[in-house]
Design a protein around this ligand. Structure first.
Ligand code: NAD
Length: 408
């Protein structure tokens, strides 16, 4: 089979879906690898590094399999021929027009977000690898934007107390943000609606914030948080406002798959913060955890700086690309047969779960729901599963490997 990798066209996207190390391994598996010239440049991977490992330069959309990072634009979908396999972030739950266009173009598409989060698929988990980058960057942004030290310092000119930082949402990004800010020396506090993460928060040296809001564990199927009821959210926001008021910085990462980000930081909470405090809202792209966040902008309200970064992984393209390319390679390993032949086994839970479109139809439950269509009945196409939001994580009557080894 031939794998091709285009140069990313979306504004600000500096990642690339392939790195030379992965290209070399694919070539050794008899896969022909083609790269669009300049595709790796923004990630500091010039063409020559790919050519040295046997990659040829050519048309990025010409492969039997095309690997991308960002969701394809309509123009890019137009450049793919029917039957091509497309791999990338496709936003299956929130970009129904993309799913429809992929189906109409007769493409077999696999969304990295929809790979079931089971232990066998850990090495393919691009949500986690890229969230790791986002969390790390968020910690650094906070340190950079605060007009004060993060660590405690004892100097001849006096003692500096450590900055108090609250991390909201302790999934992959949140835990990485805790680890990063803690390494720089801040005093960390964290809250998540899933009580299972308390231990993980504490093991990173942060204090778990107990909110007395009568909320039992809000973990749903697949280890994700469920969406809180309006009343629960209201109680949470009010309780958090007091906690936030005592912090120098907040990094918020709370998310519920396929939904708008939960609103956790109301204007009143911002008002209670000291002048010069900083909020880094990683949920900016999906509506923001803070009421005052503006996606892609840094605003100052009530003397508090509110940073709303978008596509943070692209701001660290070298390692983000390296991790992403490894994720893609692991998925490809499931698709490559003898002598580099493309073999798609739709009986494999990972292949079936990650597939969004096939044979002209949307076959992923969550994507079909978002697009207002229905998945073909059993027998017409494989029943899809995977990242269809919390409720569609577990296929009915089937025990998922997800139970086997949940990880953070
Ligand atoms: P995410 O990006 O979907 O959400 C980020 C965090 O926000 C989560 O921890 C969530 O609990 C939290 N959150 C949601 N609503 C909130 C609210 N109202 N207030 C406070 N926090 C709120 O999460 P993620 O990083 O993708 O990970 C989610 C889950 O998936 C975790 O349990 C993680 O351990 C699990 N996971 C499993 C695997 C696997 O292979 N089994 C891999 C990666 C992650």
């Amino acid at each position: 089979m031939k794998l091709s990798v285009p140069k990313e066209a979306s504004e600000g996207e500096r990642r690339v879906a392939l790195v030379p190390e992965v290209a070399k391994k694919l070539s050794a598996q008899d896969v022909e690898v083609v790269l669009e010239s300049g595709a790796g440049e923004a990630a500091h991977l010039p063409d020559r590094l790919f050519e040295e490992v046997g990659v040829s330069l050519g048309e990025g959309f010409s492969g039997d399999v095309v690997a991308k990072v960002a969701p394809p634009t309509a123009e890019e979908i137009g450049r793919l021929s029917e039957g091509t396999v497309l791999i990338g972030f496709l936003q299956p739950l929130t970009a129904p027009d993309t799913a429809k266009a992929l189906a109409d173009a007769g493409l077999t598409s696999f969304a990295m977000e929809a790979i079931p989060r089971i232990s066998r698929a850990q090495s393919m988990d691009a949500l986690s690898s890229q969230a790791t980058v986002s969390g790390y960057r968020a910690g650094l942004i906070l340190a950079q934007e605060l007009g004060r030290f993060l660590p405690m310092l004892s100097t001849a000119a006096g003692t500096i107390r450590p900055a108090k930082v609250l991390v909201l949402g302790a999934g992959v990004a949140g835990l990485q943000a805790i680890a990063t800010a803690r390494r720089i020396g801040a005093a960390l506090h964290a809250f998540d609606v899933r009580s299972a993460v308390k231990e993980q928060i504490e093991s990173l040296g942060a204090k778990f914030v107990e909110l007395d809001i009568g909320l039992e564990d809000a973990e749903a199927a697949g280890g994700y948080a469920r969406e809180l009821t309006d009343e629960e959210q209201q109680r949470q926001r009010e309780a958090l406002a007091d906690v936030i008021g005592g912090m120098d910085g907040v990094i918020s990462t709370a998310a519920v798959p396929g939904r708008k980000a939960p609103l956790l930081i109301i204007e009143d909470a911002v008002k209670q913060m000291k002048p010069g405090s900083v909020i880094v809202d990683l949920a900016a792209e999906t509506g923001g955890n803070c009421e005052l966040t503006k996606a892609g902008e840094t605003v100052v309200e009530h003397d508090v700086k509110i940073v709303g970064p978008v596509n943070l992984p692209a701001s660290m393209p070298d390692h983000a690309s390296q991790l992403y390319a490894k994720n893609v390679q692991s998925l490809l390993d499931l698709m490559i047969g003898d002598e580099g032949a493309l073999e798609l086994d739709f009986d494999d839970e990972i292949i079936a779960g990650a597939c969004i479109t096939r044979d002209g139809e949307i076959v992923h439950e969550g994507a079909a729901k978002a697009a207002g269509t229905e998945v073909p009945k059993k027998g017409e196409a494989h029943e899809a599963q995977g990242d269809g939001g919390p409720e569609s994580r577990e296929p009915e009557g089937k025990e998922s490997e997800a139970e086997e080894a949940p990880r953070s």
